[in-house]
Design a protein around this ligand. Structure first.
Ligand code: PMV
Length: 326
């Protein structure tokens, strides 16, 4: 049966191990979080693409469908609009009119991956509306293509988390996407209040790599080793060892130059108040830190993070991937 309207949702994500090195072919581990992005898409006869995306301050955005993906696109509309253009071109489909509304359970400031989650949702919504029946890998490929069209750089780990959910061992560009069988991963998440820009930070590390290629490539290699050491402990839910490995990974992120005082303060506060370990999560220089602690220390660690100015965000990890909402 052909449907005219659908709502889909995809989870946000947190990088557990391996950021930056993952862009250059090393593995990473990412977990999907239970704060989700929602996209409602409805086919109509208007001949236009219309978008309401209040979370990124887009209101009453409208352009003829014949022009989508062409020329200047406002920031907040880029991912959704380019996703539509890419799906329509790749699968040789046409639309008579489309109205899209996005809504997020998390702030686009957290670094939970709102752009990639909205891209994944848009591709899945079109798969439903156009009867394409896309498989997870097909959704991943076209959503990652879309992110690269806009950002130019990135590993796609965030897109994978949005599509597949769970906790993934990931190698770019989707060479390995392995779901790790776990029940629980009780992360403490501290938000810095500072917005990080992923591409700027990838460029910053690669600038250092131009001057010191052996040093930075050596660091990436060791990050890859840490990810592979961490993988069995994720499955065994050995949080103590994972904490130790987080600290090792954080030391290397410091040497890449992507930490800042605020992140380090939260990380030290967590570790000095009973966490097994902590690290920044994502590109760095802002967004969030993650920590692991024995359950008896979780509240003390949270308080310590808040005392140095962080905000604790309650999330459940290992969340479900993209899905159609009833
Ligand atoms: O800032 P985030 O959460 O988008 O994470 C970026 C992680 C990088 O490894 C720096 C980039 C990437 O796409 O893997």
């Amino acid at each position: 049966m052909k449907i005219n309207k659908v709502t889909v949702s995809a989870p946000g994500k947190l990088m557990l191990f391996g950021e930056h090195a993952v862009v250059y072919g090393h593995p990473c581990i990412v977990t999907a979080v239970d704060q989700r992005m929602f996209v409602t898409a409805e086919v109509n006869d208007s001949g236009n693409f219309e978008l309401e995306a209040p979370d990124v301050k887009v209101s009453a955005y409208k352009r003829p469908l014949s022009e989508i993906g062409i020329g200047e696109i406002p920031m907040g509309a880029q991912f959704v609009e380019t996703a539509i253009a890419n799906v329509v071109i790749k699968y040789k489909k046409s639309l008579t009119g489309l109205k899209v509304i996005t809504r997020s359970e998390f702030s686009s400031q957290f670094g939970f991956g709102s752009s990639s989650a909205s891209t994944v949702c848009m591709v899945k919504a079109l798969s439903e509306l156009l009867g394409l029946k896309l498989k997870e890998k097909e959704i991943f490929d076209i959503a990652f293509r879309t992110v690269l069209d806009i950002q130019g750089k990135g590993s796609g780990f965030d897109v994978a988390a949005g599509v597949y959910g769970g906790t993934l061992y990931f190698v770019t560009p989707g060479k390995t996407i392995e779901k790790l069988k776990i029940k629980t991963l009780p992360l403490i998440v501290g938000y810095s209040g500072v917005k990080a820009d992923t591409v700027t930070l990838i460029n910053k590390v690669s600038d250092t790599a131009k001057d010191y290629p052996r040093v930075i490539n050596g660091i990436y290699d060791i990050v890859g080793v840490i990810v592979n050491e961490a993988k069995p402990y994720v499955v065994k839910e050995n949080f103590e060892e994972l904490g130790r490995l987080m600290n090792l990974n954080q030391g290397l992120l410091e040497s890449m130059g992507v930490s800042i005082n605020k992140l380090s303060q939260m990380i030290y506060a967590a570790c000095e108040n009973g966490a097994y370990g902590a690290k920044l999560s994502g590109a760095g220089r802002g967004d969030c830190i993650i920590a692991l602690a024995p359950s008896k220390n979780v509240s003390t660690v949270g308080k310590a993070i808040e005392k140095v100015g962080g905000t604790v965000i309650k999330v459940k990890t290992n969340a479900e991937g993209v899905r159609v909402e009833k």
